[in-house]
Design a protein around this ligand. Structure first.
Ligand code: DQQ
Length: 551
């Protein structure tokens, strides 16, 4: 295996595959976002990090730490937490931050101890609360504060959430877990008067059979009256609660009503570990963590984008793993789902733009959007299907097709319209392309919109993972235009449909479609023309991502 990070070993595409405005450390491995927070003028992002190699380490995971004033440009600081004590000597795994009522931040994280790597919960506090960079963290003597209960195996007890206070002033926190000898995943509730002594509550806040281990749970209120975020302890008639759990490779969530008085979370539905579960993202996205930004009163979520490149090439490049863009999150007016949208600060990276007027995209067309840096771009496009109502052929399309066929960009079986959309990170000859597409199908008496991001042709390399991601977008194409925003950054494409109702992230490694050779197209492979009612695209500037280190 090649020595990692040896620049002379890299092929041009591997240099150009590195992103320009997504968060990752300079070198080596990143996974889960941990403890995002705002403190004294700085946003902090911690992350699971192997500082020694671009692969996950069974022996020594630490907490990397970066700070920012806009969540776009970041400065890398020294690691915040490293194994040092018997209770975390085998790794410092995921956790979250809580801002106490007096403004002090405190972290709860997962320690892997010296006794068979048992997962325990550990408290860490800033050494100097007057330091806005929070560079040093100390682990009080009373640690660890929680150990696995008797119905849980030692390695199925981890990832404390941000804590919240009930109306009674008592602190609560959730730990992700799984019931011994079953596939029942759960969020175990612990309570504390003083943030030091934690007692397990007899009833789980939520559990679901057949979902497996719940990792990185998250639990927070969302306003029912608007986009603004609310602090994690807020609970009143104007909020509902979201419980997110990471399992089976997806971040799934339930919306419901939480009462601290009854210590009860009543979800509107149950987790099923099927495509029926609500997901933050239908692509490559896991172990996310949200926080309340008190500066702009918004809730922001970060997710980990798992690598799709081969381990051998991760070693050649010297890096692996990155974060999605920070996404603002709020409850849809329907109350049925969350909406996600890149934070407004990302728009400051927009530079040169192109704008196109409404035009028809004929069947079989693929035309290039030129005039911007297609490898590093932000694109907003809307489509309209003018003749949906009275097309005489539509009845013929009324048959049942399975989801795998619908989510396949190369199949038009069952389509009334589509696939149409964008071809991102495409080569001149289209032999490489990631299609972010829509199809309209008949469902029952109406129409449904399918969104997909298809990586099957994303790279001529065969040693990268290429998936077909797909979902349904909850809009009525008879009444609404179909909108799409794609943020393209060399080897990642984040696609937001219908203003953020559905999101798909693709991690792709083109070989030809790199740097200036990367192109962007609008396409329509459907058998009917569609109208592109608007398109605006911008070149994106580079962000300063951990290029400045302070140590
Ligand atoms: N990653 C962490 C765990 C967590 C998992 C270890 C989820 O704490 O459960 O790096 O990706």
């Amino acid at each position: 295996m090649a020595k990692h990070g040896n620049v002379q070993d890299l092929l041009p595409n591997q240099v150009l595959n590195r992103t320009s405005f997504h968060f990752q450390p300079q070198r080596n491995w990143l996974n889960d976002p941990n403890a995002p927070m705002y403190y004294k003028g700085f946003y902090h992002l911690f992350y699971q990090n192997n500082p020694l190699a671009p692969e996950f380490s069974r022996k020594k995971m630490i907490w990397g730490h970066s700070v920012s004033q806009d969540m776009v440009n970041w400065i890398q600081l020294e690691p915040a937490l490293s194994p040092s004590e018997p209770y975390d000597i085998n790794s410092c795994w995921s956790g979250a931050a809580t801002i106490l009522p007096d403004g002090r931040p405190v972290i709860l994280y997962t320690g892997l101890d010296n006794n068979n790597r048992t997962q325990v919960t550990v408290v860490a506090e800033p050494k100097d609360v007057s330091d806005p960079l929070l560079r040093e963290w100390v682990k009080p003597k009373y640690n660890p504060v929680m150990v696995p209960p008797s119905n849980v195996y030692h390695d199925c007890f981890r990832d404390p959430t941000t804590a919240w206070q009930g109306e009674d002033g008592i602190w609560r926190v959730l730990i992700g877990a799984k019931v011994k000898d079953t596939e029942t995943g759960m969020a175990i509730l612990y309570r504390s008067d003083d943030f030091v002594k934690w007692t397990k509550y007899p009833v789980n806040l939520l559990e679901a059979e057949e979902t497996g281990m719940w990792e990185c749970p998250d639990f927070f209120p969302v306003s029912i009256t608007g986009k603004e975020g609310v602090d994690t302890s807020v609970n009143n008639a104007n909020v509902r609660h979201v419980l997110k759990a990471s399992f089976g490779g997806n971040d799934c969530y339930v919306i419901g009503k939480y009462s601290s008085e009854n210590e009860e979370f009543l979800g509107d539905y149950e987790f099923t570990k099927t495509s029926a579960d609500l997901r933050y993202d239908h692509g490559t996205f896991y172990a996310s963590k949200a926080f309340f930004d008190s500066v702009k009163n918004r809730r922001i979520n970060w997710g980990w984008v798992v690598e799709t490149d081969s381990k051998e090439d991760d070693f050649k490049k010297g890096w692996a793993g990155l974060m999605t863009l920070p996404r603002e999150m709020w409850l849809d007016t329907s109350g049925k789902r969350l909406i996600q949208w890149p934070i407004e600060e990302i728009n400051h990276l927009r530079t040169k733009s192109v704008k196109l007027d409404s035009c028809e995209i004929k069947t079989g067309a693929a035309f290039e959007i030129s005039g911007i840096t297609a490898a590093q771009a932000d694109v907003e496009v809307t489509f309209n299907l003018p003749s949906l109502e009275d097309n005489p052929e539509i009845l013929e399309a009324d048959h049942h097709v399975d989801d795998a066929t619908l989510f396949d960009r190369d199949s038009s079986v069952g389509c009334v319209y589509g696939p149409f959309g964008l071809l991102a990170l495409a080569s001149d000859d289209l032999s490489e392309q990631t299609a972010i597409f829509f199809k309209v199908i008949r469902r029952g008496n109406g129409y449904a919109v399918v969104m997909g991001s298809n990586e099957k042709r994303s790279s001529l390399r065969d040693n990268v993972k290429k998936s077909s991601h797909g979902t349904f977008v909850d809009i009525n194409p008879r009444q609404e235009k179909i909108s799409l925003r794609c943020l393209i950054d060399h080897s990642i494409i984040e696609s937001y449909a219908a203003g953020g109702k559905s999101v798909i992230t693709s991690r792709v490694y083109p070989k030809l479609a790199i740097g200036e050779a990367a192109k962007l197209y609008v396409f329509n492979d459907g058998t009917r023309g569609v109208t592109m009612s608007s398109l605006e695209a911008w070149s994106m500037r580079n962000a300063q991502i951990n290029t400045n280190t302070t140590y």
